[in-house]
Design a protein around this ligand. Structure first.
Ligand SMILES: Cc1cc2nc3c(=O)[nH]c(=O)nc-3n(C[C@H](O)[C@H](O)[C@H](O)COP(=O)(O)OP(=O)(O)OC[C@H]3O[C@@H](n4cnc5c(N)ncnc54)[C@H](O)[C@@H]3O)c2cc1C
Length: 387
């Protein structure tokens, strides 16, 4: 049986980028993904790159790394990932104070600029001016997340990486098991997104990694033109993440919902003219919990209709996925103490910005043991409890 240097579990953006960077560093790598056709958080993502948002020395460095990385990535991966810059529009509802909204972003490397209602309407003509008291704007990056992931995977295969479609059922030191095969490897990296916690739990490993059930509507290409990426200035999801994880134990049983669902009304148009309209986030602790798609779709349509009325009744399909998060750190990276050779690489804040540079840095770190940022993330992690 072949023994790989690394097995990477999960082929969303995280597993794809990490597999590529590990293979580029010279390791033999097997990427295992359970679904032939992507049905994951990467697939339904808006694709926004908040590279302006760094507010600590590490996050500012990673934002700078990310923008430099994305500038050369299309050429290095030899693929069009639709990397571009656009205006982000953060809406401030009529009930809020615009100055307070602006202040909450004051520590960012590039703080978004406050706009009057008229200025916001000029920037985004589809905006309902009556629903807001102002808006914030900043230049935002944008990629096609699924094309970027595929670009990483194709480049990985070209340099000798291997991929198999199989669900990993169990993880051990030096091996992973699927329904039909045991694959041997010196190291394993878990990049299973919202299913990472469940997979590690099956292996007897508790980890403080969580997930939301996210819901969106995707439209086919449409004639109308949305000029900006629209999101609320006060993103409720961050509060939901912090509150829902106060009692970790609740996440060990299915059937809990630590806090009620929220909806952050937002939308983005991709270069083919299709739109993603979101986003509901639910803290259902069962990753396989059913949600009422009809009620959710209605909630999404009504909410976006208040901000961008032209989008309310567009044709579109409701989708659901799991999004991994950890509310305390910018990522969960590093060896799992209880299982030698098994590593976690998941739970990123600002994932589309941080994953490419951290995948590159992680590959460098495991080959040379040198990387300032990875060393710091690892020591932060070991200073705190498990997870
Ligand atoms: C509506 C929406 C908008 C978003 N907008 C943004 C944004 O603008 N900017 C941003 O940075 N982020 C955004 N995000 C978040 C970001 O897209 C995700 O956090 C990121 O793509 C997650 O990548 P991942 O690889 O960790 O997980 P995923 O993409 O979920 O991939 C995990 C993969 O692991 C596989 N897997 C799981 N278990 C197993 C197993 N046992 N065996 C084999 N394979 C397994 C799954 O099938 C899946 O393909 C958004 C998310 C959503 C839902």
């Amino acid at each position: 049986m072949k023994t790989y240097d690394w097995i990477v579990v999960g082929a969303g953006i995280t597993g794809a980028a990490l597999s590529y960077e590990l293979a580029k560093t010279g390791f033999s790598v097997l990427l295992l993904e359970q679904n032939e056709i992507a049905d994951n958080a990467t697939r339904y993502s808006y694709g926004g790159l908040a590279y302006w948002s760094g507010n600590t020395p590490i996050t500012r460095q990673l934002c700078a790394d990310a923008i430099a990385r994305y500038q050369i990535l299309p050429q290095e991966l030899d693929a069009d990932i639709e990397f571009r810059e656009l205006d982000l529009l953060l809406t401030i509802p009529s009930t809020s104070d615009p100055e307070i909204a602006a202040k909450s972003y004051a520590n960012c490397a590039i703080p978004p600029r406050l706009l009057t209602v008229t200025e916001a309407g000029e920037l985004e003509p589809l905006l309902n001016r009556d629903a807001i008291v102002g808006a914030l704007t900043v230049k935002h990056g944008h990629i096609h997340p699924e094309k970027t992931t595929q670009a990483y995977i194709q480049a990985f295969l070209r340099i000798g990486g291997e991929i198999q479609i199989a669900q990993v059922l169990d993880v051990f030191t030096n091996a992973v098991k699927t329904a039909t095969t045991t694959f041997a490897s010196a190291n394993v990296a878990i990049c299973a997104g919202g299913l990472s916690r469940q997979l590690l739990k099956a292996a007897g490993i508790p980890i403080k990694l969580y997930f939301t059930h996210a819901e969106i509507i995707q439209t086919p290409p449409v004639d109308l033109r949305l000029s900006t990426l629209v999101m609320p200035a006060n993103i409720q999801r961050f509060q939901l993440e912090a509150q829902s994880t106060q009692v970790d134990e609740l996440w060990n049983q299915p059937g809990n919902e630590p806090v009620p669902p929220i909806l952050d009304a937002g939308a983005i148009q991709f270069q083919d003219g299709s739109l993603r309209i979101g986003q509901i986030s639910r803290t259902l602790t069962d990753p396989h919990a059913e949600v009422n798609s009809q009620a959710s779709e209605q909630w999404l349509r009504t909410s976006i209709g208040k901000i961008l009325p032209a989008l309310e009744n567009l044709p579109g399909t409701w989708y659901h996925c799991l999004v991994a998060f950890n509310p305390h750190r910018l990522a969960l990276i590093g060896a799992i103490p209880e299982l030698e050779g098994v590593h976690i690489f998941s739970g990123f804040s600002n994932p589309l910005v941080f994953v490419p540079p951290l995948a590159q840095r992680f590959a460098k770190y495991v080959s040379s043991k040198e990387d300032e940022i990875i060393s710091q993330l690892l020591s932060d992690r070991s200073a705190k409890a498990s997870g």
